[in-house]
Design a protein around this ligand. Structure first.
Ligand code: E4P
Length: 229
Protein backbone atom coordinates (compact mmCIF):
# COMPACT_ATOMS: atom_id res chain seq x y z
CA UNK A 1 0.00 0.00 0.00
CA UNK A 2 1.34 3.41 -0.98
CA UNK A 3 1.49 6.27 1.51
CA UNK A 4 0.28 9.76 0.65
CA UNK A 5 0.61 12.73 2.98
CA UNK A 6 -2.64 14.51 3.88
CA UNK A 7 -1.44 18.10 4.24
CA UNK A 8 -0.72 21.41 2.52
CA UNK A 9 2.31 22.13 4.77
CA UNK A 10 5.40 22.27 2.56
CA UNK A 11 7.86 21.45 5.35
CA UNK A 12 5.92 18.32 6.35
CA UNK A 13 6.02 17.16 2.72
CA UNK A 14 9.77 17.78 2.45
CA UNK A 15 10.39 15.74 5.62
CA UNK A 16 8.31 12.76 4.42
CA UNK A 17 9.97 12.91 0.99
CA UNK A 18 13.39 12.59 2.68
CA UNK A 19 12.15 9.49 4.53
CA UNK A 20 11.68 7.91 1.11
CA UNK A 21 8.06 6.93 1.80
CA UNK A 22 6.12 9.66 0.02
CA UNK A 23 4.11 8.46 -2.99
CA UNK A 24 1.74 11.44 -3.26
CA UNK A 25 -0.11 14.22 -1.44
CA UNK A 26 -3.75 15.07 -0.80
CA UNK A 27 -4.98 18.55 0.06
CA UNK A 28 -8.45 19.92 0.72
CA UNK A 29 -9.87 23.38 1.47
CA UNK A 30 -9.59 22.84 5.26
CA UNK A 31 -5.92 21.78 5.01
CA UNK A 32 -5.21 24.75 2.71
CA UNK A 33 -6.93 27.13 5.17
CA UNK A 34 -4.35 26.13 7.82
CA UNK A 35 -1.47 27.45 5.68
CA UNK A 36 -3.17 30.26 3.69
CA UNK A 37 -1.55 32.18 0.83
CA UNK A 38 -2.10 31.19 -2.79
CA UNK A 39 -3.52 27.69 -3.36
CA UNK A 40 -2.00 27.60 -6.86
CA UNK A 41 1.47 28.51 -5.58
CA UNK A 42 1.30 25.89 -2.83
CA UNK A 43 0.13 23.21 -5.26
CA UNK A 44 2.99 24.00 -7.65
CA UNK A 45 5.52 23.71 -4.81
CA UNK A 46 4.02 20.40 -3.62
CA UNK A 47 4.09 19.03 -7.17
CA UNK A 48 7.80 19.83 -7.43
CA UNK A 49 8.60 18.00 -4.19
CA UNK A 50 6.62 14.86 -4.95
CA UNK A 51 6.55 13.20 -8.37
CA UNK A 52 3.41 11.29 -7.32
CA UNK A 53 -0.19 12.48 -7.65
CA UNK A 54 -1.14 15.68 -5.80
CA UNK A 55 -4.84 16.18 -5.16
CA UNK A 56 -6.24 19.69 -5.61
CA UNK A 57 -9.88 20.10 -4.56
CA UNK A 58 -12.48 22.09 -6.45
CA UNK A 59 -14.80 24.51 -4.64
CA UNK A 60 -17.54 24.89 -7.25
CA UNK A 61 -20.71 22.83 -6.80
CA UNK A 62 -21.90 22.88 -10.44
CA UNK A 63 -20.38 20.81 -13.22
CA UNK A 64 -19.23 23.78 -15.30
CA UNK A 65 -17.45 25.36 -12.34
CA UNK A 66 -15.85 22.06 -11.28
CA UNK A 67 -14.61 21.36 -14.80
CA UNK A 68 -13.27 24.93 -15.14
CA UNK A 69 -11.38 24.66 -11.82
CA UNK A 70 -10.21 21.15 -12.65
CA UNK A 71 -8.78 22.20 -16.03
CA UNK A 72 -7.07 25.14 -14.32
CA UNK A 73 -5.45 22.88 -11.66
CA UNK A 74 -4.37 20.38 -14.31
CA UNK A 75 -2.37 23.11 -16.07
CA UNK A 76 -0.34 23.81 -12.90
CA UNK A 77 1.61 20.53 -13.07
CA UNK A 78 1.42 17.16 -14.79
CA UNK A 79 0.98 15.27 -11.48
CA UNK A 80 -2.18 17.08 -10.36
CA UNK A 81 -5.25 14.94 -9.63
CA UNK A 82 -8.43 16.99 -9.41
CA UNK A 83 -10.39 16.24 -6.27
CA UNK A 84 -14.14 16.28 -6.80
CA UNK A 85 -16.82 15.64 -4.15
CA UNK A 86 -19.31 12.82 -4.71
CA UNK A 87 -22.55 14.27 -6.13
CA UNK A 88 -24.57 14.24 -9.36
CA UNK A 89 -22.63 17.28 -10.59
CA UNK A 90 -19.41 15.72 -9.35
CA UNK A 91 -19.97 12.55 -11.39
CA UNK A 92 -20.58 14.65 -14.51
CA UNK A 93 -17.37 16.59 -13.85
CA UNK A 94 -15.37 13.37 -13.30
CA UNK A 95 -16.67 11.98 -16.61
CA UNK A 96 -15.90 15.23 -18.48
CA UNK A 97 -12.38 15.55 -17.07
CA UNK A 98 -11.71 11.86 -17.81
CA UNK A 99 -12.45 12.60 -21.49
CA UNK A 100 -9.82 15.37 -21.29
CA UNK A 101 -7.34 12.82 -19.88
CA UNK A 102 -7.31 14.61 -16.49
CA UNK A 103 -7.06 12.35 -13.44
CA UNK A 104 -9.65 12.85 -10.71
CA UNK A 105 -9.95 11.80 -7.07
CA UNK A 106 -13.57 11.38 -5.99
CA UNK A 107 -13.72 12.60 -2.41
CA UNK A 108 -16.25 12.40 0.44
CA UNK A 109 -17.11 8.75 -0.31
CA UNK A 110 -19.04 7.09 2.52
CA UNK A 111 -20.41 3.95 0.82
CA UNK A 112 -19.11 1.31 -1.57
CA UNK A 113 -21.90 2.19 -4.03
CA UNK A 114 -20.75 5.81 -4.21
CA UNK A 115 -17.25 4.53 -4.97
CA UNK A 116 -18.54 2.14 -7.63
CA UNK A 117 -20.32 5.00 -9.41
CA UNK A 118 -17.26 7.24 -9.27
CA UNK A 119 -15.12 4.42 -10.70
CA UNK A 120 -17.56 3.96 -13.58
CA UNK A 121 -17.57 7.71 -14.24
CA UNK A 122 -13.79 7.50 -14.68
CA UNK A 123 -12.24 8.56 -11.34
CA UNK A 124 -8.59 7.52 -10.98
CA UNK A 125 -8.83 7.55 -7.16
CA UNK A 126 -11.71 6.81 -4.78
CA UNK A 127 -11.45 8.38 -1.32
CA UNK A 128 -13.57 6.68 1.36
CA UNK A 129 -13.44 8.72 4.60
CA UNK A 130 -12.68 6.21 7.34
CA UNK A 131 -12.47 8.47 10.41
CA UNK A 132 -15.62 10.42 9.67
CA UNK A 133 -17.62 7.17 9.40
CA UNK A 134 -16.10 5.88 12.64
CA UNK A 135 -17.14 9.21 14.23
CA UNK A 136 -20.81 8.35 13.61
CA UNK A 137 -20.37 4.79 14.93
CA UNK A 138 -20.15 3.15 11.51
CA UNK A 139 -17.19 1.13 10.27
CA UNK A 140 -15.17 3.23 7.83
CA UNK A 141 -12.87 0.29 7.22
CA UNK A 142 -15.77 -1.86 5.97
CA UNK A 143 -16.29 0.62 3.12
CA UNK A 144 -12.57 0.44 2.26
CA UNK A 145 -12.71 -3.38 2.32
CA UNK A 146 -15.86 -3.58 0.17
CA UNK A 147 -14.60 -1.03 -2.32
CA UNK A 148 -11.18 -2.68 -2.65
CA UNK A 149 -12.90 -6.05 -3.26
CA UNK A 150 -15.22 -4.55 -5.90
CA UNK A 151 -12.31 -2.86 -7.70
CA UNK A 152 -10.28 -6.09 -7.76
CA UNK A 153 -13.19 -8.41 -8.62
CA UNK A 154 -14.21 -6.32 -11.61
CA UNK A 155 -10.72 -5.24 -12.67
CA UNK A 156 -11.66 -1.54 -12.45
CA UNK A 157 -8.86 0.86 -13.33
CA UNK A 158 -9.04 3.01 -10.20
CA UNK A 159 -7.29 3.02 -6.84
CA UNK A 160 -8.88 2.99 -3.38
CA UNK A 161 -7.36 5.81 -1.34
CA UNK A 162 -8.23 5.43 2.35
CA UNK A 163 -8.73 8.97 3.69
CA UNK A 164 -9.69 10.57 7.01
CA UNK A 165 -7.08 8.45 8.76
CA UNK A 166 -7.08 9.20 12.49
CA UNK A 167 -4.51 6.87 14.09
CA UNK A 168 -1.79 4.32 13.23
CA UNK A 169 -4.14 1.32 13.50
CA UNK A 170 -6.20 2.80 10.63
CA UNK A 171 -3.09 2.56 8.43
CA UNK A 172 -2.52 -1.14 9.20
CA UNK A 173 -6.21 -1.93 8.78
CA UNK A 174 -6.41 -0.04 5.46
CA UNK A 175 -3.47 -2.08 4.13
CA UNK A 176 -5.10 -5.32 5.32
CA UNK A 177 -8.44 -4.25 3.81
CA UNK A 178 -6.78 -3.95 0.40
CA UNK A 179 -6.56 -0.16 0.00
CA UNK A 180 -4.06 0.79 -2.71
CA UNK A 181 -3.17 4.00 -0.86
CA UNK A 182 -3.68 5.59 2.56
CA UNK A 183 -3.39 9.34 2.94
CA UNK A 184 -2.00 10.12 6.35
CA UNK A 185 -1.50 13.33 8.37
CA UNK A 186 2.17 14.03 9.13
CA UNK A 187 1.68 13.50 12.89
CA UNK A 188 0.40 9.96 12.28
CA UNK A 189 3.07 9.16 9.69
CA UNK A 190 5.70 10.07 12.31
CA UNK A 191 3.96 7.86 14.87
CA UNK A 192 4.37 4.90 12.47
CA UNK A 193 8.17 5.18 12.72
CA UNK A 194 8.43 4.84 16.48
CA UNK A 195 8.02 1.96 18.93
CA UNK A 196 9.12 2.01 22.59
CA UNK A 197 10.97 -1.30 22.14
CA UNK A 198 12.88 0.12 19.16
CA UNK A 199 13.91 3.14 21.26
CA UNK A 200 14.95 1.04 24.29
CA UNK A 201 16.70 -1.45 21.95
CA UNK A 202 18.81 1.32 20.41
CA UNK A 203 19.64 2.70 23.88
CA UNK A 204 20.69 -0.78 25.11
CA UNK A 205 22.90 -1.45 22.05
CA UNK A 206 24.61 1.91 22.50
CA UNK A 207 25.15 1.29 26.22
CA UNK A 208 26.64 -2.18 25.57
CA UNK A 209 28.90 -0.77 22.86
CA UNK A 210 30.12 1.97 25.20
CA UNK A 211 30.80 -0.56 27.99
CA UNK A 212 33.20 -2.52 25.72
CA UNK A 213 35.05 0.70 24.93
CA UNK A 214 35.42 1.29 28.68
CA UNK A 215 36.81 -2.24 29.33
CA UNK A 216 39.34 -1.84 26.48
CA UNK A 217 40.51 1.40 28.15
CA UNK A 218 39.32 3.67 25.40
CA UNK A 219 40.03 1.49 22.33
CA UNK A 220 37.06 1.21 19.98
CA UNK A 221 35.78 -2.39 19.69
CA UNK A 222 36.31 -3.97 16.27
CA UNK A 223 33.29 -3.69 13.99
CA UNK A 224 32.21 -6.94 12.24
CA UNK A 225 33.23 -5.51 8.86
CA UNK A 226 36.73 -4.79 10.18
CA UNK A 227 37.33 -8.38 11.41
CA UNK A 228 40.32 -10.06 9.81
CA UNK A 229 39.41 -12.91 7.41
C1 E4P B 1 -8.13 13.59 2.17
O1 E4P B 1 -8.19 13.42 0.97
C2 E4P B 1 -9.30 14.03 2.98
O2 E4P B 1 -9.75 15.27 2.57
C3 E4P B 1 -8.90 14.01 4.44
O3 E4P B 1 -8.25 12.79 4.73
C4 E4P B 1 -10.09 14.23 5.37
O4 E4P B 1 -9.67 14.03 6.68
P1 E4P B 1 -10.55 14.48 7.95
O5 E4P B 1 -11.79 13.67 7.98
O6 E4P B 1 -9.65 14.20 9.13
O7 E4P B 1 -10.84 15.96 7.77
Amino acid sequence: MKIFLDTAEIEEIRIAARWGVLAGVTTNPSLFAKVGGSYDAILKQICEITPGPVSAEVIAEDVDGMVREGRHFAKLASNIAVKIPMSEEGLKAIATLALDGIRTNCTLIFSANQGLLAANAGAAFLSPFVGRLDDISESGMNVVRELAAIVRTHGLSTEVLAASIRHPRHVTDAALAGAHIATVPHRILKQLIYHPLTDSGIAQFRADWASVRKKDSGAAPQLPLQASP
